[in-house]
Design a protein around this ligand. Structure first.
Ligand SMILES: Nc1nc2c(c(=O)[nH]1)N[C@H]1C(S)=C(S)[C@@H](COP(=O)(O)O)O[C@H]1N2
Ligand SMILES: [Mo]
Length: 414
């Protein structure tokens, strides 16, 4: 089934009350929907979990201020820290997005259970060694939060949205190594009746606004699960760190980061469509530009670009500077990047340093010779191989997902 057909079918099934999975009745979904709306009205971010309430981000790795900006339970990569780092984002500066807190799990005691009506027989169990004994594959892929860039809805457009106010640092690219999810599912006895696959995390349950949403989990169609999804245990040549999903996590290339469930403990394989709060009340687009039930569940990431520079960075007047950045898209590779340093009056093509590749990003550079001291804005606009170009304005949605407009990066000429 194509992704478009999947989106359309799930939306129709959800609205007609065919929601299945873990006793998630339509009535319960609608209750959660109104709880989430209440949360939005109260202005409480959906990222406000328990660990943050206790004043700690719940992240294990060091978060030095040069590399990260901590936002509740999450850590955003500072783009200036990516300058000169090569294609893959070093793990010491890879962003962390946690609904609650990082669990520290022992790979030797970890078990993965694959179960459900979409299997030919009973549930199957895999140890860490079982997983590592399946054929290992390596894949370079970006991982990005659907809410990346969210703060620009307010700062550039004056829109009111809820959620973690990321700038553009909720993205990274890594060399992932692991088993193909398709090999795991086949080893578990995947049947031809299978429709949806839902991984679930072993991190603490997510509660917000008085509602318990349970463990982080989000279904995907079996077609995507069998396509290019990994059950990864290594990142950039080393075992996963606890913060990035040790012992194992999904990597779902091109799709919203929430699909790449960390600390996977079980995977339900269903012969009926599955629903969870993460594809019904979260990670859909709600608001005046969308139908009352929201958009279809979000899948592919939009087109985005970022400069490898700090906000407010100083550049000397009367001198040449090399500006660098990266662009990426869930819709395909990046084939063109244009840069403007005069508030969009003129655009010039940046030089691309990587070939366009689906699921990856391209590094680019351009020269800038500012003349007059004073404030300035750097703008980059990318076009992907599907022909999608970043717009100058994003259509807002209540939870602030998918900010894809050209960002006006403030700098100072001194
Ligand atoms: N179990 C679990 N998986 C999860 C999450 C989570 O909170 N719990 N966050 C998701 C979201 S919203 C994103 S964007 C990515 C972030 O991956 P990272 O922290 O390794 O960068 O993980 C996803 N997988
Ligand atoms: Mo995310």
């Amino acid at each position: 089934m194509s992704e478009r057909a999947y989106d359309r079918d799930r939306l129709r099934q959800f609205l007609s009350g065919e929601a299945a999975g873990e006793g998630l009745s339509r009535r319960r979904v609608l209750r959660m929907l109104s709880a989430a709306a209440g949360l939005a009205a109260a202005g409480a971010g959906i990222g406000a979990g328990t660990a943050a309430a206790a004043g700690r981000p719940g992240i294990v790795k060091p978060l030095p201020a040069e590399l990260f900006t901590v936002r509740d339970t999450n850590a955003e990569t500072n783009w200036a820290a990516l300058r000169g780092t090569g294609y893959h984002t070093p793990v010491d500066r890879f962003f962390v997005r946690n609904h609650t807190a990082t669990p520290v799990l022992d790979p030797a005691r970890w078990r993965l259970t694959v179960w459900g009506g979409g299997l030919r027989g009973r549930a199957a169990e895999f140890s860490y060694d079982d997983l590592r004994s399946l054929p290992a594959v390596t894949s370079s892929a970006c991982l990005e939060c659907a809410g990346n860039g969210r703060s620009y809805y307010a700062s550039q457009q004056g829109d009111r949205v809820t959620g973690t106010p990321w700038t553009l640092g909720a993205v990274g690219a890594a060399r992932w190594r692991g088993a193909r999810l398709s090999d795991v599912l086949r080893a578990a006895g995947l049947s031809r009746r299978a429709v949806d696959v839902m991984p679930r995390g072993l991190d603490p349950v997510y509660t917000a606004g008085g509602t318990d949403y349970g463990h982080v989990r989000r279904p995907m169609p079996v077609a995507k699960a069998l396509d290019d999804v990994l059950l990864a245990y290594e990142m950039n040549g080393r075992p996963l760190l606890p913060d990035h999903g040790c012992p194992a996590r999904l990597v779902v290339p091109s799709w919203v980061g929430i699909a790449s469930v960390k600390w996977v403990g079980d995977i339900e394989v269903s012969d009926r469509p599955l629903f969870s709060p993460w594809n019904t009340v979260f990670y859909r687009l709600f608001g005046s530009s969308y139908p009352p039930g929201g958009s279809a569940p979000l899948t592919r990431q939009p087109v985005r670009s970022a400069f490898e520079a700090a906000p407010g960075e100083a550049f000397a007047a009367g001198r040449g500077h090399r500006l660098t950045g990266r662009s990426w898209s869930g819709g395909g590779g990046i084939r063109r990047v244009e840069v403007s340093t005069d508030d969009g009056a003129s655009w010039r093509e940046a030089r691309l340093h990587d070939a366009p590749r689906p699921g990856g990003w391209v590094r680019w550079s351009t020269h800038w010779h500012p003349q007059e001291p004073g404030p300035a804005r750097l703008m980059a606009r990318a076009t992907d191989t599907a022909g999608t170009t970043q717009p100058s304005r994003s259509v807002p949605n209540d939870q602030g997902f998918f900010f894809d407009a050209v960002v006006r990066h403030p700098v100072r000429v001194v």
